[in-house]
Design a protein around this ligand. Sequence first.
Ligand code: BJ8
Length: 425
Amino acid sequence: MSEAPYREMWENLNMDLPAHDALLEVLGKFYGDIYMSQKGRLQGMEYLDFVLSEVHGLRIKELQDAKAEGRKIVGTFCVFVPEELTLAAEAIHVGLCAGADAGTEQAEKLVPRNTCALIKSFIGFKLAKICPYTESCDLIVGETTCDGKKKAYEAFAEHAPMYIMEVPQQKREADRQLLKAEILRYKDKMEKLTGKTITADSLKKSIKVVNDRRRVLQRLNGLRSANPAPISGRDALLINQVSFYDDPVRFTQSINALCDQMEVRIKAKEGVAPADTPRVLLSGCPMAVPNWKLPYVIESSGAVIVGEESCIGERNTRDLVDESGETLEQMIDALVDRYLRIDCACFTPNDERMDNVTAMAGAQNADGVIQYSLMFCQPYEHEAIKLGKRLDSEEIPSLAIATDYSMEDIEQLKTRVEAFVEILK
Ligand code: BJ8
């Protein structure tokens, strides 16, 4: 992770430089062990290595330069916040979910200990002053999904400029109306924040930009159905993670080029692991940077991950916004329709997720599913039971794992995953 040229910028962002140095050092080592040690990586992954090496450097500099030109930065924690409207107001949209155990002690002064690691992590990063994205934001958008997040945002609002978007918990007509009203309220908020009016033209363009990014991620996932697997699950997860930070147009171009390389590899029947390697679908909670623990355990246990059914994965890319709308009203309706299809476990009922996971296991030619929940995540831990039964009835082997960001359980995880991989063999 590069440092030297950016110290002044981090200082200006009021970051805690010694704590940040320590974080970068750990991250660099972790990345080296988990990513750079892989064999047979696609050449296109150099772009991702570069982006990650500059994740707190060059990308933050770009955000600061954009701010100097009068653009606003909007941070989010959930794929329910319609990025299309952020971009149509000429603001920059970044994901703030965090995947490391940092600032946990401080975080536990704001939220109860039995809060999931993702929530504690974004609070910890803010309180410990080690996240330049959070510090760059002009507005942070929370949403009413799980109880943990809802209440955490109240506490977080004492430390950051927050806006809360209401997300319905069911999918009836009344819920659709609620989501539409909230999407319109978000549009107004973006216009007020940026001083720009969102027009049919600007929204049409941003719908295309975000859809194009979803399309390239769909392409990537489609190619992962090949056997032998043309890319590791770790690399594919990294691509999905970077999609939340990077410039969307540049990202789409780079990943399209990487997909071209994957196609060449597939034609040559080459891959990152032999064709008889057990293929695993990961399903459940989002895995934010640098939460690579479980993928690493799985892929160092003799399996390959062929898909991520999560918000940092397929749940965020499965559905496109209909691009045929011409008026603002038609495009807003298209946004509502698309966002209401998200199958987050915060919905009740959420049967479509059971169907989607089953279909995805088939489409990716997976031999089994590993369900991943963060400890204390009520929605996904509950659904793990229901989904486990459904997968049993489909005769798809599955394993449910609940963990957090610490390394304490790594040996135990290895034992359970290795036993599951043996079954798949
Ligand atoms: S649409 S999955 S991004 S809410 S892991 S904080 S659910 S206790 S992240 Fe999510 Fe939006 Fe849903 Fe997706 Fe709560 Fe669970 Fe923690 Fe979670």
